[in-house]
Ligand binder design. Sequence first.
Ligand SMILES: Nc1ncnc2c1ncn2[C@@H]1O[C@H](COP(=O)(O)OP(=O)(O)OP(=O)(O)O)[C@@H](O)[C@H]1O
Ligand SMILES: [Mg+2]
Length: 124
Amino acid sequence: MIKVEAIVREDRLEDVKDALRAVDVRGITVSQVMGCGTQLGYTHRVRGGKAVMNMLPKAKFEIVVSDEEWAERTVNAIVKAAYTGEPGDGKVFWYPIDHAVRIRTGERDVEAITPAPNPVVEEE
Ligand SMILES: Nc1ncnc2c1ncn2[C@@H]1O[C@H](COP(=O)(O)OP(=O)(O)OP(=O)(O)O)[C@@H](O)[C@H]1O
Ligand SMILES: [Mg+2]
């Protein structure tokens, strides 16, 4: 299994969500986070001195998928939907993870993240 973690512009949240829906990714965690990248939160560096860090609001997506193929599809969808070409577009990280459990059924690992054969109608 692979965990895809993406930090994107807040105003791209809906676009990224729609792009993930379009490639049929199921199971997403989204958080409002603060952060900065290589410009330390500024697009224009102050001259001289050491700039303080300016944390900017961002949206973070966390998605666990079953294999490399799904990871590639997920990463590509995020990059396409989050791109503006300006500094601050964000980053995507992905890395292997070992375990998962679906609490309702006790299913483990890949079984825990594939759609259940008898999906409940609604999450509660
Ligand atoms: N190395 C990192 N580790 C953790 N989070 C990061 C890292 N780099 C960027 N981020 C997160 O991504 C957000 C956006 O980063 P950003 O796109 O500005 O990266 P960048 O490397 O400065 O690229 P760019 O030059 O395009 O701005 C940051 O606010 C931070 O939350
Ligand atoms: Mg930056």
